[in-house]
Design a binder for this molecule. Structure first.
Ligand code: 13P
Ligand code: SF4
Length: 308
């Protein structure tokens, strides 16, 4: 049967997920129609917690691979489905286990703080995970006198180091989308929209962050937009976030900070692929148990530190 419209696809997805009791978790960078059929939409931290607390035994993750993997790591007794397992985060894949082991060999007392944008094997050799919504809070709770290797996003790391006034060691990787936003493009947008506030994700270069009125995770940006009295906002993160901001402040004009802010991997997920995943109950995301157990320690520690 051919489903010709998004409405048909959304109807079928809603019917099948109810019939098969599947809980759909989506990221804010997904297309709006995918956010609309999801049971839960959030930033990467909230997605991990939502998976852990999922009321259903089958979870479908509409996001890139590390997000589905985090769900599989935290929920060993649940079935985790990815509608498109090739949707990945190039930055997450840039670091090797050997990079971490080298740091540990040179700094036996050091701690490895791993952004959740990493594969399970990297989490398994990390001391704790963080997301952009809790990295500063968590690092503040770590011992002051030990070296910290913050991996893999050097921009997020540098922004946190500056905020906490604490030196961190970095890995030379960054998000290929956010890292392309330049101070010049922000200044140009500010000149065009002098009354607008600038909201950016901390994966942007510190020089971009220095020009912003607010820096935070996707959920933080949405909260700030909802509370702001500005009627124009320059948004320095992936364009999928417009869907939720438009819902929470429909009278606000949103200006994308730079046309580069489209994550092609996030956009690999489509309604057709979600429907196919529900029909076939594929692709099941499984993490080898020895890696899963170790990675779960780092993720659970993140949840414990972030929520206390
Ligand atoms: P958030 O945790 O802010 O949603 O960020 C995820 C991400 O991949 C940003 O590029
Ligand atoms: Fe990775 Fe950047 Fe895409 Fe986020 S926006 S998933 S960090 S490539």
């Amino acid at each position: 049967m051919v489903y010709q419209t998004a409405q048909h696809l959304m109807g079928e997805i809603r019917r099948l997920k109810a019939e098969k009791s599947v809980y759909i978790i989506a990221h804010y960078y997904q297309n709006g129609d995918i956010q609309d059929i999801a049971d839960f939409v959030g930033d990467s931290y909230a997605m991990a917690v939502a998976a852990k607390n999922s009321p259903q035994d089958t979870i479908l993750v509409a996001g890139v691979d590390f997000m589905a993997e985090s769900a599989a790591i935290l929920c060993p007794d649940k079935t985790v489905l990815s509608p498109e397992p090739t949707a990945t985060c190039p930055m997450a894949n840039s670091i090797e286990v050997s990079d971490i082991l080298r740091f540990k060999r040179d700094h036996p007392e050091g701690l490895v703080v791993s952004y959740v944008n990493t594969p399970a094997a990297i989490k398994a050799v990390s001391d704790i995970c963080v997301t952009s919504s809790n990295a500063a809070k968590i690092i503040e709770k770590l011992p002051q006198d030990v070296p910290i290797f913050f991996i893999p996003d050097q921009n997020l790391g540098r922004n946190i180091a500056a905020r906490l006034d604490r030196p961190l060691e970095f890995f030379p990787a960054s998000c290929p989308i956010h890292a392309q936003v330049t101070p010049e493009s922000i200044l140009e947008k500010k000149a065009q929209h002098p009354d607008a506030a600038v909201l950016v994700h901390p994966e942007c270069d510190p020089q971009v962050v220095a020009l912003a009125d607010y820096v935070g995770s996707t959920a933080g940006i949405i909260d700030y937009a909802a509370k702001s009295d500005r009627r124009q906002l320059i948004i320095g993160t992936e364009c999928g976030i417009f869907h939720k901001i438009n819902q929470v402040c429909p009278d606000t004009e949103l200006i994308l900070a730079d046309p580069v802010l489209v994550c092609q991997d996030m956009k690999k997920i489509t309604l057709e692929k979600i429907l196919n995943s529900l029909q076939t109950m594929e692709t099941r995301i499984k993490v080898p148990e020895d890696i899963r157990v170790k990675a779960a320690v780092a993720l659970e520690k993140m949840i414990e530190y972030a929520s206390s």
